[in-house]
Design a protein around this ligand. Structure first.
Ligand code: ATP
Ligand code: MG
Ligand code: MG
Ligand code: MG
Length: 476
């Protein structure tokens, strides 16, 4: 089975249209009227008002594909299945069908349309707690489709409950679908959700039967809704028999580009692979942020800051691979070519995307180069110490004076067996905030601001640190 992303997108929409759903267009990556999150994180996100009761102009049964970004998954990037940007396929019932039909559609699509063997399917359902009862109903429906009890797992609220990022609103138990990769189980406790990778999550059906109140209680809604989300990248990886999303046709051209630029091969050495994956993921996400109809340029706040972090992290990892010239434009073009049909907005914003990427890349490279001398001065002291910890003061100095973001200090430190005194950094940061109140607002939305204008550091400093640490630690 070599179903491509484009084919899966179409099959999904066609299937739900055949079940009387209306296709709607996905929304912008920048949420409308929702200050609680920076990006659209799921297909249901733009539909919250309709789940709450507003009438949708397209009816009660909807389907679409939605661009999503999860900044909370940044640290996970590098693993086989967590991307910062991904596409979510979804179908919704707005006060129409509920669990029975929703699970029925999921089962039919997975087995009849995608041809997945039902024996490879494991599902999870909500185990219940003192606030909401156990979801025996969902379990019984799965059983009626031939999924035996042994492959129906009852999991607690942290795994099988879904609600929007805000405190109140529509929510409910969910049922996640996992495909057994056929890899050996890591032990008797191995179950869907286990990090060993035996079970690969591809789809989630959320039964929005409740509304959470400000008091923390769950009130059953008369008008029950269904929200589902299937990840395109993960699903095609499973269908194509690949070990990770990076081996599918939506990443292989980007990875080939990185191989060409760096002279390194993918799939030979773990550390190199992780850098390649991070670059591939971050470039793709950056293209989608810049190419959104509400596209944002890199900045020190909000979405722009996330974008800046992604670009800079990609540049740093490219540097690690030995890429020492501008490369973002070349990779961005590959991403544009892959997505010109489903996301024509990218093509429409091509000049903006390319200009902003090049500007940020140049700016960061210059910043890093300028920091070289400063960092060199700092290095001997760092290495003289007996502690394998970078002090909060040093981390803050790197951040405040030279523009080296704390995320990168942390990452770099970890790569060399150093930790960062995070508490010390926070203390230094807060002290600084008290002094310069004007910067305080920048701390919200997207983390710490970085003073790129007055800064320097890294890139070459990274090289310097790597080299010096290797000598000192005897790591070849
Ligand atoms: P995980 O447990 O693997 O982090 P999740 O439970 O957070 O996934 P959901 O919120 O249920 O994911 O989102 C629905 C679907 O979207 C998932 O089943 C998966 O296919 C896809 N998905 C979620 N997060 C990511 C991601 N970071 N990268 C790629 N696909 C994702
Ligand atoms: Mg997750
Ligand atoms: Mg999950
Ligand atoms: Mg899930």
């Amino acid at each position: 089975n070599q179903l491509t992303a484009n084919e899966l997108r179409q099959k999904y929409i066609d299937f739900f249209v055949s079940k009387q759903h209306t296709q709607i267009s996905g929304a912008s990556l920048i949420p409308e009227n929702d200050p609680t999150v920076l990006f659209t994180t799921a297909g249901m996100h733009p539909l919250v008002p309709y789940i709450l009761g507003a009438e949708h102009p397209s009816g009660k049964r909807l389907t679409d594909y939605q661009k999503c970004i999860r900044t909370g998954d940044i640290e996970a990037v590098g693993d086989p299945h967590h991307l910062t940007f991904f596409e979510m396929l979804g179908n919704w019932s707005l006060g129409d069908y509920f669990k029975k039909e929703a699970i029925g559609y999921s089962f039919e699509f997975l087995t009849s349309v995608l041809g997945i063997d039902a024996s490879k399917l494991s599902v999870t359902v909500f185990a219940g707690d003192d606030l909401v009862p156990r979801d025996e109903e969902a379990a019984a429906i799965w059983e009626s489709y031939g999924i035996p009890r042994e492959r129906i797992y009852f999991l607690p609220r942290e795994d099988n409950w879904w609600g929007p990022a805000g405190e109140t609103g529509p929510c409910g138990p969910d049922s996640e679908m996992f495909i057994d990769t056929g890899r050996p189980s890591c032990g008797p406790d191995c179950q869907p959700g286990c990090s060993c990778g035996k079970y690969f999550e591809i789809w989630n059906d959320v039964f929005m039967g409740y509304r959470k109140t400000a008091e923390g209680t769950y009130v059953p809604m008369d008008r029950k809704c269904v929200d589902t989300g299937m990840g395109i990248e993960r699903t095609i990886a499973i269908l194509q028999g690949k070990k990770s999303v990076y081996e599918t046709e939506i990443f292989t051209p980007v990875i080939a580009g990185i191989e060409k630029l760096s002279g390194k091969k993918y799939g030979v050495e773990e550390e190199t692979d992780i850098s390649i994956r991070i670059i591939a993921d971050h470039v793709r996400t950056s293209v989608f942020i810049l190419g959104d109809p509400k596209g944002m340029a890199p900045s020190n706040v909000g979405q722009g800051y996330i974008l800046r972090r992604l670009i800079r992290r990609a540049v740093r990892h490219a540097n690690k691979l030995g890429i020492d010239h501008a490369f973002l434009g070349e990779l961005a073009q590959i991403v544009l070519d892959l997505y010109d049909k489903p996301y024509p907005e990218l093509v429409a914003h091509k000049v903006f995307i390319m200009d902003e990427l090049a500007a940020e890349e140049t700016k960061f490279s210059e910043t890093l180069l300028k920091g070289e001398r400063e960092f060199e001065k700092m290095l001997p002291n760092l290495l003289k110490g007996t502690s394998r910890q970078i002090s909060g003061r040093t981390a803050f100095k790197l951040y405040d004076t030279y523009g080296y973001p704390i995320e990168l200090t942390r990452e770099l430190a970890h790569e060399h067996g150093f930790s960062v005194d995070e508490e010390g950094f926070k203390a230094a940061f807060e002290k600084h905030q008290e002094v310069s109140r004007s910067g305080a607002e920048q701390q919200f939305k997207g983390g710490l601001a970085d003073h790129s204008e007055q800064t320097t550091a890294l890139h070459t400093a990274t090289h310097m640190l790597h080299k010096a640490l290797r000598t000192v630690l005897g790591d070849h």
